[in-house]
Design a protein around this ligand. Structure first.
Ligand code: GRF
Length: 207
């Protein structure tokens, strides 16, 4: 059973998708701990409702490196094997990433390498997509490396941009895709069906 730690900053609908995936027996893992850098994150309520240890860790008074050390301490204490960033709006330090190399999965609301990197988070991504006028966007589940949204891509799902779409409607459509591929990616990891060569992810025994 893979021990999972989930980091969040907000609503936690991606977290909920993982909780549901575990409850349905799809994901052979267990969420040991949820940590939020935002006191008001609804994801903390979701965690508590599912009887999962859910912590708010206040970033105030910490530089990014010491904050991440505190994070690492909590995750290691819970013997976490896999870290999932489910709408975690903070960049992780190199030290953190080195400790969990190829064991941190992030979900991003666009088709990487488009509309990603510094400054592309939350609604800004969907606004940029609409302003550019692309006809397709989507979601990407990827491993986290030292860059911002640059790590090996595990899964992607395409979402069509329709006439009349707004940030709100697009976000809702993309979130559905996010939930789907994040659950699949976590499932694949827990089933040991992911191999990585350089930056290329291969799914073993693809059905
Ligand atoms: C998602 O779009 C995620 O990709 C982005 O922030 C949003 C978080 O949604 N990084 P939720 O908190 O999982 O509902």
């Amino acid at each position: 059973m893979v021990k999972i730690g989930v980091l969040i900053s907000g609503n936690g609908s991606n977290l909920q998708a993982i909780i549901d995936g575990i409850d349905k027996g799809l994901i052979k893992g267990k969420i040991e701990i949820i940590i939020s850098n935002n006191k008001d994150a609804y994801g903390l309520v979701r965690g508590k409702n599912s009887n999962i240890k859910s912590l708010f860790m206040d970033p105030k008074g910490y530089d990014p490196i010491s904050y991440d050390r505190k994070l690492l301490y909590e995750l290691k204490k819970s013997k976490v094997d896999l870290v999932v960033l489910a709408g975690y709006l903070k960049i992780l330090s190199k030290e953190f990433i080195d400790q969990y190399k190829n064991r941190i999965i992030n979900i991003h609301p666009s088709l990487i390498p488009s509309f990603c990197g510094k400054g592309y988070y939350g609604d800004r991504v969907h606004k940029a997509v609409l302003d550019y006028g692309v006809k397709y966007t989507g979601a990407t589940a990827h491993f986290v490396d030292e860059g911002t949204d640059t790590g090996p891509i595990i899964l992607q799902e395409i979402v069509a941009v329709d006439d009349g779409d707004t940030v709100k409607t697009l976000k809702e459509k993309v979130l559905q895709a996010e939930h789907k591929i994040l659950v699949q990616a976590v499932k694949l990891f827990c089933d040991s069906k992911i191999s990585i060569e350089e930056r290329i992810v291969r799914i073993i025994d693809k059905e």
